[in-house]
Write a protein that binds this ligand. Structure first.
Ligand code: WTA
Length: 651
């Protein structure tokens, strides 16, 4: 039986209280596609504008004249929309609940307190020389100051670029240099699952690399988190807790054009180094806040928790900007799902009365492996909606999340989107959309998906193909920072006039979408995007490596694991020690999140006569699937395949 045969209707108690109805979804969706100007003109009013916009949409998806503008003559400030405008009605409402790594460690900030913290942070940034338009790199643990720093940048018009704390000094330096960032905000150490992460030391190493590249970092603003020992450069480093004592509690917000940049976030593509995805001010915030409200059926009294890290786009849109623009209470969690034990997520839900919870399939699978006991030991009765994001969720994990975690009461919202899209794109609305385990279901307002074949022909009905989007939406990325041509080439050249997602997708007979995974050389490890080319370039920078090819392979917990084929330089006999060395080398070059699960040494790689590596074959071998290798007749040397299989079997 096909997976799509199983359908769950919206639990009835949920349906009654739901913010919108199925009929409403259908009519709003139709209106959003038929007249985007009118629809988004109205939706833009959900924000407070200093100067209201008169133009709504001005978009060209022609790759030679690529330009995306929404609300282009409007003026607003994101931090005012996320904080100041709530002060009258919600000044004492909790804005952020911070839950530390240790269960005894938590703290809440009201909207009024958030206002003070963000103003002070913004004044510290100004005091160390940050100005409107400057790029500020954040390399932070999950502490409330990460959110303060983001909002402080937005307040003064600086553009933040957050680098996930699991990236290495080399990776951090590359991102600092790429966007010419002269200020970095970090902490002495991070703390996750009782282990410390040497953020300041990594940052120091990154600053050295940046300086050698001719792009010195002028200031490092450091938050004291653990009190661990750190090296100090008195000319460059500034302790936040010292600087903040001499600034005012008030900081006027900078009026920003709707199309002024809000943030850069580096993400992996199929080729080359990571791209700086640029999001701007007005359209992004409309999209973040609107999707957050509708996808989670947000109500005033909800306590919302997204367990992501602010280093990823999910943390930007669904921990900070979406929830705060909506005046919601948002939880920030410093720790990991399994510390001190596998009940932690659900204990946090009970402790803070979380009603809306959003996490990744990889976390669900890891917890599912621990059995139902750790879940059943908790109450979870406050939960209303459960969300997932980052990769396809396998139906078994979906069922477990729905039945065991949610007790069959809570709709699951499987949200498909990307760093590039700014927010959720294909997603059930919890009170209206029937659910099928493993399907992201139907498009959000304004999203017009289509499936195409390799030649670009649009496919109709129940079918499978490459997923494209046919018209712009306010939250889409505006460019690749510093490389507009790469923006055009990556997303708008495969299928002219349309946005190409890089994902494969199936549409069933009910019109529901099932994302099947990336069709390019991007892999998804525990919901983290990784370019195979990045891992190959890290391997290639080691003297022992002549050539490498990296593919994803199915992994029970991570979704996909990293499998590397390596040929060594002539005369070198690879051994176990070299395997370990290469794994360490990749960790050093990119970070622990890129650790190869498997390295297979090979005497040669399968290449066509023109020298192109046939990854299809390598993927099959990594999967132990030797029977369907497909046509190997175009290989320059077909005997390589037999050797690879033999090696694989001997591992
Ligand atoms: C994958 C994360 C299936 C997809 C927000 C996409 C998903 C990539 C889902 C983007 C989902 C994300 N079902 N696949 N619900 N959500 N993906 O940029 O392959 O880190 O292209 O953004 O993750 O990853 P990114």
């Amino acid at each position: 039986m096909n997976e799509s045969a199983k359908t769950y209707s919206v639990p009835s108690e949920f349906l009654e209280a739901s913010n919108i109805r199925a009929e409403q979804y259908a009519s709003m969706y139709a209106a959003s596609l038929a007249d985007p100007e009118a629809f988004w003109g109205e939706m833009g009013c959900r924000l407070d504008w200093i100067t209201p916009y008169t133009k709504v949409k001005n978009v060209s998806w022609d790759k030679n004249d690529l330009s995306v503008k929404w609300y282009e003559d409007g003026v607003l400030n994101v931090s005012v929309n996320c904080i100041d405008r709530h002060l009258d009605a919600r000044g004492d409402k909790t804005a952020i609940i911070w839950e530390g790594d240790e269960p005894s460690d938590s703290h809440s900030y009201s909207y009024r307190e958030l206002h003070r913290e963000v103003c002070r942070f913004a004044n510290v940034l100004k005091a160390i020389g940050v100005k409107k338009g400057d790029r500020v790199t954040l390399y932070m643990p999950m502490i409330a100051e990460a959110a303060f720093a983001m909002l402080a940048c937005a307040r003064i018009g600086a553009v933040h670029s957050i680098v996930f704390g699991g990236f290495s000094p080399e990776a951090l330096a590359g991102r600092i240099v790429d966007c010419d960032s002269t200020v970095v905000i970090t902490a002495d150490e991070g703390l996750r699952g009782a282990k410390t992460i040497p953020l300041k030391a990594n940052c120091d190493a990154a600053c050295d690399i940046a300086a050698n590249a001719g792009k010195p970092v002028a200031k490092v603003l450091c938050i004291k988190r653990t009190g661990g020992d750190v090296a100090w450069d008195t000319g460059r480093d500034v302790w936040y807790h010292e600087a903040v004592t001499s600034v005012s509690d008030d900081c006027p917000a900078e009026p920003m054009n709707a199309e002024d940049p809000l943030f850069i976030l580096y993400t992996s593509g199929s080729t080359g180094k990571p791209k700086g995805v640029l999001h701007t001010t007005g359209g992004y915030l409309v999209w973040a806040s609107m999707t957050h409200e509708y996808v989670f059926d947000l109500k005033e009294e909800d306590v919302y928790w997204c367990s992501a890290d602010v280093g990823w786009v999910t943390g930007h849109t669904y921990i900070v900007y979406g929830p705060l623009a909506n005046g919601a209470t948002t939880v920030m969690f410093e720790g990991i799902p399994t510390y001190p034990d596998a009940s932690r997520f659900w204990r946090v839900c009970d402790k803070h009365k979380v009603s809306l919870f959003y996490t990744a399939p990889t976390a669900i699978r890891a917890l599912m492996r621990e059995g139902d006991g750790p879940v059943n030991a908790t109450d979870r009765s406050t939960l209303r909606v459960l969300g997932t994001v980052g990769e396809p969720i396998n139906p078994e994990a979906w069922e477990w999340y729905f039945n065991v975690v949610g007790g069959g009461r809570c709709p699951i919202v499987d949200t498909w989107w990307q760093t590039e899209t700014g927010g959720a794109m294909i997603v059930p609305l919890p009170g209206t959309t029937p659910m099928k385990p493993g399907s992201a279901t139907l498009p959000f307002f304004g999203v017009e998906p289509a499936l195409v074949d390799a030649e670009g022909n649009e496919l109709s009905g129940a079918t499978e193909g490459n997923l494209i989007i046919k018209q712009s939406w306010p939250g889409q990325m505006r460019t690749v920072y510093g490389d507009h041509k790469r923006f055009a080439d990556t997303y708008f050249s495969a299928y002219p006039g349309y946005y190409f997602t890089g994902d494969g997708c199936r549409r069933d007979e009910d019109g529901f979408y099932w994302i099947t995974g990336r069709v390019d050389d991007v892999i998804n490890v525990s919901g983290h995007r990784m370019g195979t080319a990045e891992v190959e370039s890290a391997l290639g920078s080691h003297a022992a490596v002549a050539e490498s090819a990296v593919v994803g392979f199915p992994h029970d917990i991570k979704g996909q694991g990293i499998y590397a084929y390596v040929t060594c330089v002539a005369g070198l006999e690879p051994d176990e020690a070299l395997r370990k060395t290469l794994i360490q080398h990749v960790r050093k070059e990119i970070g622990p999140i890129a650790t190869p699960d498997n390295i297979q040494f090979a005497s040669g790689l399968p290449k066509t006569r023109s020298g192109k590596i046939m990854r299809r074959i390598l993927r099959k071998i990594a999967e132990n699937n030797f029977d369907n290798l497909g046509d190997t007749s175009t290989l320059a040397d077909p005997t390589v395949v037999g050797d690879l299989i033999e090696n694989r079997l001997n591992r």
